[in-house]
Design a protein around this ligand. Structure first.
Ligand code: C2E
Ligand code: MG
Ligand code: MG
Ligand code: MG
Length: 280
């Protein structure tokens, strides 16, 4: 019951309904067979490259559907998958699926896959990626992994070795959600990221000068260390205009495009985003 599971309880359903199975055990059980039962899928959100304005990359995002058709948000099921270890199998499936999608969409330069630290710590993770790339005949350079700074993260030697081996395959290493945790700066100090995604909280609210200055300072901090810069969560033309003042390499957000079931983003790019970027 919800009471018994205490803090780990996730309220997927109406908590006032005593019949609704609202704890993480239901999700954990589902995750064990989710791939076979086609309950997991990937959606692809477009990434716009600057200065060309081309939308030639995507981020893959995982989705989980319950048997009754309800969607479970990644913020709920990813931590459960990490705790139970299901993330290893799901992660392998995701990379394989992304590779197939890259094969059928040759105009997509690269796709990113979110990877949790549990995967980076797992022995043989880079070998798994190598095998998939080899089997699918996808060059490593068409794949980027996104790692998120986590509070509890130890940047131990396993993680660093894993990242080093992936890089040898040509796989790009991106830092996701930069600025949300305390670990971001130490990550940036220890790893040569190919790109850094500035968290959308810095662009959400640019209503006053302090917010704009903060965004500018963060962009400058990252740029001075060398990685490319992506700003995520771009939703409005006003935000696009402000970003026009800074040199960023990639844009992502609902203004550019929402996540879609296919990586074939050529057809889904918001025309106004393309037009705006021509003026940047
Ligand atoms: P993330 O990697 O930072 O992904 C960005 C999240 O922001 C996505 O939510 C996306 O749908 C949402 N988003 C994109 N553009 C906008 C925008 O303009 N405005 C707003 N308000 N939101 C926007 P989603 O798909 O719910 O994913 C949440 C998180 O779950 C991801 O954050 C990522 O950390 C994790 N995740 C998703 N898929 C995977 C996966 O395959 N593996 C792992 N390990 N984690 C995943
Ligand atoms: Mg991400
Ligand atoms: Mg992100
Ligand atoms: Mg995020």
């Amino acid at each position: 019951s919800a009471k018994a599971s205490g803090r780990n309880c996730v309220h997927l359903f109406d908590p006032s309904d005593p019949k609704s199975g609202d704890d993480s055990e239901a999700v954990a059980a589902l995750l064990r067979t989710a791939i076979d039962r086609h309950l997991v899928s990937l959606v692809y959100q477009p990434i716009q490259s600057l200065p060309s304005g081309r939308v030639d990359a995507v981020e893959s995002l995982m989705r989980l559907r319950m048997l009754d058709g309800t969607d479970v948000p990644p913020s709920v099921f990813i931590p459960i998958a990490e705790r139970t270890g299901a993330i290893l199998e799901l992660g392998r499936w995701a990379i394989d699926t992304v590779c197939q999608e890259l094969l059928s969409n040759r105009h997509i330069a690269f796709a990113t896959v979110n990877i949790s630290v549990v995967q980076l710590r797992a022995p043989g993770f880079s070998k798994t990626v190598e095998d998939i790339l080899h089997e699918r005949r996808v060059p490593g350079t068409r794949l980027a992994i996104e790692v998120t700074e986590g509070l509890d993260l130890e940047l131990n030697s396993e993680v660093l070795r894993s990242i080093g081996s992936l890089r040898q395959l040509g796989v790009r290493i991106w830092l996701d959600d930069f600025g949300t945790g305390f670990a971001g700066l130490s990550w940036l100090r220890l790893i040569d990221f190919d790109a850094v995604k500035i968290d959308r909280s810095f662009i959400n609210n640019l209503s006053n000068n302090r917010d704009v200055t903060m965004l500018r300072d963060i962009i400058e901090l990252v740029r001075n260390r060398g990685p490319q810069i992506l700003v995520e969560g771009v939703e409005t033309s006003e935000q696009m205009e402000i970003l026009g003042n800074y040199q960023v390499d990639y844009l992502q957000g609902y203004f550019i495009g929402h996540p879609r079931p296919s990586a074939n983003v050529g057809a889904i790019i918001a025309p106004q985003a393309l037009q705006m970027s021509n003026q940047l």
